[in-house]
Ligand binder design. Structure first.
Ligand SMILES: N[C@@H](CCC[C@H](N)C(=O)O)C(=O)O
Length: 276
């Protein structure tokens, strides 16, 4: 089977994007891992699959797969690339799009300057909404990792995040603690691990060890989760500039029961065809 794809990225968080409307796409986890493989395949952090909407009032459905082949609920940088993709491929000329994901509907908008703003939905904090094994709902939890007790906040942006504040993102033990947090027994569906350095009340630096993909150059939902956690901890005020290793995102949040808005770039690198 030959598959057409586009290689895209949002701040270096890179994607293989597939049009599942004009070509039939049904991939096994092995085929997904092959596409994501940086040595034997195309190489990416996530694979995005654009499909027809399954309900009225929605323009498209898009599905997200991590490099390890697991299907996940949400992807912020992917949502921005999805919008560029459907425009570049001539699948729509609407600038405001409603798109179904595994965890609800999100609403991206293509701005005049080429950036994309995405209404990422309302963040959730209850342990069973993450899911995170704990009886109470508090802003900071202790998590035992490698003989240390880390202070984490948990946030669901549709997908699960554990965010901690670190003195410096440059020296934070992302490679060592990241996989231990990702696979911690108190996160039954695993978790994305965020390491946030507060610069001032409107600026943070962030690194994220992503569930199913390892550390990426940027994580959109991770940026939303970090800003929300920072505001809940009383450290930040909206809007917040989030500096990742791949560049900057702007995140705004109006508080409890309000959606998070994320603005940033989306780039197409090349298009190709691969035999599976
Ligand atoms: N890179 C993404 C998040 C992709 C999914 C994540 N790894 C998960 O398993 O939840 C983003 O930009 O949000």
């Amino acid at each position: 089977m030959k598959l057409k794809f586009s290689k895209m990225h949002g701040l270096g968080n890179d994607f293989v994007v597939l049009d599942g409307i004009r070509q039939a796409v049904a991939l096994t986890p092995e085929q997904l891992r092959y596409l994501a493989d940086r040595h034997f395949g195309v190489g990416c952090d996530q694979i995005l699959l654009v499909e027809k909407a399954s309900q009225a009032g929605v323009d498209f459905r898009y599905r997200i797969f991590n490099a390890d082949g697991s299907e996940v609920e949400q992807c912020g940088n992917g949502a921005r690339c999805f919008v560029r993709f459907v425009h570049e491929q001539g699948l729509t000329d609407k600038r405001e799009i409603r798109v179904e994901t595994l965890k609800g509907i999100i609403a991206p908008r293509l701005e005049g300057d080429g950036k994309v703003t995405v209404d990422m939905g309302i963040p959730r904090f209850l342990p069973n909404q993450i899911p995170f094994l704990h009886d109470e709902d508090v802003v900071i939890y202790n998590l035992d990792v490698a003989d240390e007790s880390l202070e984490i906040s948990v946030v669901s942006m549709g997908n699960p995040h554990a965010v901690q504040v670190v003195a410096s993102v440059d020296t934070a033990p992302v490679g060592e603690h990241g996989p231990l947090i990702e696979n911690h027994e108190r996160f039954p569906q695993r978790v994305n691990a965020g390491f946030m350095q507060v610069v001032d009340r409107h600026a943070i630096k962030l690194r994220v060890y992503e569930r199913g993909s390892g550390e990426t150059l940027a994580c959109g939902t991770g940026a939303c989760a970090a800003v929300v956690a920072g505001i809940r901890r009383g450290l930040l005020d909206s809007p917040v500039r989030v500096t990742t290793r791949g560049g900057d995102l702007n995140i705004a949040w109006g508080g409890v029961d309000r959606p998070v808005l994320m603005t940033g770039p989306a780039m197409t690198v090349f298009s190709g065809e691969i035999e599976l």
